[in-house]
Design a protein around this ligand. Structure first.
Ligand SMILES: NC(=O)C1=CN([C@@H]2O[C@H](COP(=O)(O)OP(=O)(O)OC[C@H]3O[C@@H](n4cnc5c(N)ncnc54)[C@H](OP(=O)(O)O)[C@@H]3O)[C@@H](O)[C@H]2O)C=CC1
Ligand SMILES: CC(C)(CO)C(=O)C(=O)O
Length: 307
């Protein structure tokens, strides 16, 4: 693969070396996209595995491993790291970042939320951090494979460090676009994630948004979140809450969300990244937050207990 030379990036004239930290639902999708075009990444995880498997409507892709589990076995840094652990797992994954990054290694964060850069940058001094919006649904399956349930697509900010990500994913099944006003795009996606959190409280999937009562309360919650997004500088129109609900209503009724998958598996939830952040920022702006004030403690206690 040709790569645009950059004095900021190591190994500027050769193929970029790529690692995926967190080979779960999203990490497996991106690993498969890279492997299919011959750019097989190093896989860095928590659970040892010989291979990854991605399935979609057209078939399956096997990504050869192994999934490495010991950062001390990394011999040299890479050019590009995709960080695809949950936001709750970033600190535990820091030793991987230490082993894989040197100044100039780009770290593309494949997570939900609007605090990716603030969370990850302190762990990788000297490395540019590229946040992303991950649009596609991917579900881990009981046999360890991942089911991709939509077109793989990312949005990145229009910054110089995004170039290596664009080039790495060029001509793959994972399309990448850049946005000049990335903050607005990220807040729009956060609104979608915030209301998806209601699935955890009901224990139901996208079909629940077909109920008029759920659609009503979801719209109210989204309007509250929209005011926070705008106070944070996001440019989003009044139509956004309704569009988000309509998207869920048009989805397969059994389509879940990654926070519901975590709830069903009894894992910690990204409640603060997806819902708590809206309440924190809204309060800081002095906005009334009646729905968040109920939703957030319920999600926090579903995640962290006690009881
Ligand atoms: N799934 C989806 O449809 C979407 C998810 N997102 C976001 O993407 C991010 C990733 O989500 P998702 O892929 O679903 O999460 P998963 O739980 O499927 O994947 C996380 C992966 O990280 C691994 N991991 C955990 N701790 C460490 C560690 N210390 N070092 C290395 N690897 C570790 C996990 O290993 P183990 O197998 O041992 O648990 C797992 O393989 C989240 O922020 C989520 O909100 C965004 C859009 C859609
Ligand atoms: C797939 C999607 C967009 C659903 O909310 C998501 O972001 C998630 O599952 O975390």
């Amino acid at each position: 693969m040709a790569r645009t030379d950059s004095p900021d990036l190591p190994n500027a004239s050769a193929e970029p070396t790529i690692a995926i930290v967190g080979p779960g639902a999203i990490g497996t999708t991106v690993a498969a996209a890279l492997h299919e075009v011959g750019r097989t990444p190093i896989l860095c995880g928590r659970t040892p595995r010989e291979r990854l498997e991605l399935q979609d409507a057209t078939g399956s892709v096997i990504v050869p491993g192994p999934v490495r589990t010991d950062p001390e076995q990394i011999d040299e840094p890479v050019d590009l790291v995709f960080l695809a652990v949950k936001a709750t797992q970033v600190d535990a994954a820091a030793p991987w970042l230490g082993a894989l990054c040197h100044p100039g290694t780009a770290v593309c964060v494949l997570q939900n939320g609007v605090e990716q850069e603030a969370t990850v940058a302190p762990l990788v001094p000297g490395s540019p951090v590229v946040p992303s919006v991950v649009w596609f649904p991917a579900q881990g399956q009981p046999d360890g494979s991942v089911w991709l349930r939509g077109e793989a697509r990312l949005t990145l900010p229009d910054v110089p460090a995004a170039r290596i990500v664009l080039e790495a994913l060029r001509d793959t099944r994972c399309s990448v676009e850049t946005a000049a006003d990335f903050a607005s795009v990220a807040w729009r996606k956060l609104l979608q994630n915030a209301v998806a959190g209601l699935m955890v409280l009901s224990g139901r999937r996208s079909g629940m948004f077909g109920r008029p009562d759920i659609a009503r309360v979801s719209l109210e919650y989204l309007r509250e979140c929209l005011e926070v997004a705008r106070a944070e500088g996001a440019v989003l129109g009044d139509e956004v809450p309704r569009e988000i609900i309509e998207t869920f209503q048009a989805s397969p009724a059994d389509l879940g969300t990654s926070i519901l998958a975590d709830r069903e598996a009894g894992r910690p939830l990204e409640w603060d990244t997806r819902n708590g952040v809206v309440l924190r920022r809204g309060r800081a702006h002095g906005l009334p937050m009646p729905i968040s004030s109920i939703v957030v403690p319920l999600l926090a206690s579903a995640s962290d207990g006690p009881g």
